[in-house]
Design a binder for this molecule. Sequence first.
Ligand SMILES: O=P(O)(O)OC[C@H]1O[C@H](O)[C@H](O)[C@@H](O)[C@@H]1O
Length: 548
Amino acid sequence: MTGSQNGAALSELKKVLEGQEPVSIKAAFASDPGRFAKYHVQLDDLLFDFSKHRIDDALLGKLVQLARDSEVEAKRDKMFSGAAYNTTEHRPALHTALRNFSGEPIMVDGEDVMPDVIATREKVAAFATGIRDGSIPGATGKTITDVVNIGIGGSDLGPAMAARALTPFSSPRLRTHFVSNVDGADLGDTVAALDPATTLFIISSKTFTTLETMTNAQSARDWIVAGLGEEAVKHHFAAVSTKLDLVAKFGIGSERVFGFKDWVGGRYSMWSSIGLALVIAIGPAQFEQFLRGGFEIDTHFRQAPIEANIPMLMGLLGVLYRDIQGVSTQAVIPYDQRLGRFPAYLQQLDMESNGKSVHLDGSHVTAQTGPIVWGEPGTNGQHAFFQLIHQGTEIVPVDFLVAAEPTQADAHHHDLLLANCFAQSQALMQGRDIGEVAAQLEKGGMAPDEVKRLAPHKVFSGDRPSSTFLYRRLDPRTLGRLIALYEHRVFTMAAIWDTNPFDQWGVELGKELASKLVPIVSDAGAATDGLDSSTAGLVAHRRSVASK
Ligand SMILES: O=P(O)(O)OC[C@H]1O[C@H](O)[C@H](O)[C@@H](O)[C@@H]1O
């Protein structure tokens, strides 16, 4: 077995580091004024500060060696080459082709995929422009004012997150909505305020079979037919899918159908025509800036040495905490209200990619794989869950994301936002020991007994890790850069674990069981024999309390 297989290199490193105390970040800062200079990477305006992590030169060297021994670079090159990296689904993982501006061909099965990528992008751009400038109106001739993307998972989270993030770049004339849940409240609440004559639905589904999306699509179709008649359907729907035959059956004309290939994973698909709603919102030129941001990071990921390679360092730090220090979680806290959906987007990207228990060869992993990813914007989180991050027993590595300057927002507010962001990572790192707490309380005139009683409650251990990403402003290019950084972080970690980050079999069982339960839930007289007693009990209780 080589070091790259079955996470062997990681097992070796774990043995070497066993029993070692984590590096004290606080002490390291105190003893080395040059620590920041050593542990940051700058790519144009984008700064990645990883100085507030439990690393020193020796440990960083070992982590870099781990990446080498795990053959992360060779695996990366294989992914970019168009080889069938996704071995359990027998296909390449080539979302990077969608943002390839190198002019170089990318070959899959002997064919260059780039001409089709470019032609599809142009078709998307032409349609988006027509909706934006009103030259593609609704059935009654009225200009489209509301675009509703119907999709779920990778066919929803990316465009929905980005449409919100890039609000200042969006057409003020158009509103973009995202409907995903099979819960009828989602579609119902969305269309309640809309006029069918000025509404365009985009049915986004890689497979065009997903229960939620197909159910919502049918109900949206009924809503259009009820408002405008059957003939209007062709003017009020567009579709994005890899399954063009299924789209045709739904009744959407080919000029409004935008394809992509099965080598684009759902959670990696917002760079493809799945981005249609976003292209309509921000326009093709801004969407190209978004793609170019992703391409910049691809170039960096492919060319930078491991020790200066931001996604590789992000991945190595992730593995350090997950596997060597037994940390189970990763918080992502954007100090940017418009990145409110970014953590949810990353949850699918990271947890669907790296929530795995077997190596590529099917053997069970011995390492811990994907962390639990979560987050909310700062400063709001400070007034909610930050207590646990500062004083709880669980170590929570945090990624802070913040722009140097606001985009269409008040400059004074932005200074306060930045100060808070910087202060949080500083507080996590420095902490406050009992001596300092006691001195502060005594200085305030508190009686010694009370100082003794209160002081332990006010201690901050410090040494709590975080990264900070600081960039000029949140624009399409920066959003593209941020997403690509996380995509490659996820890839780096999977490469070390020797797992497949591009399949998602873990979502299948629930879907299968749901389809068997639909007839039982829908028909109050259907037999529940054979169901486990909990499921049967839930069905019975539902029947007893529901009014129909
Ligand atoms: O785009 P679709 O085929 O409708 O799939 C939508 C989503 O559902 C699936 O269950 C997968 O877990 C996701 O990876 C996918 O993005």
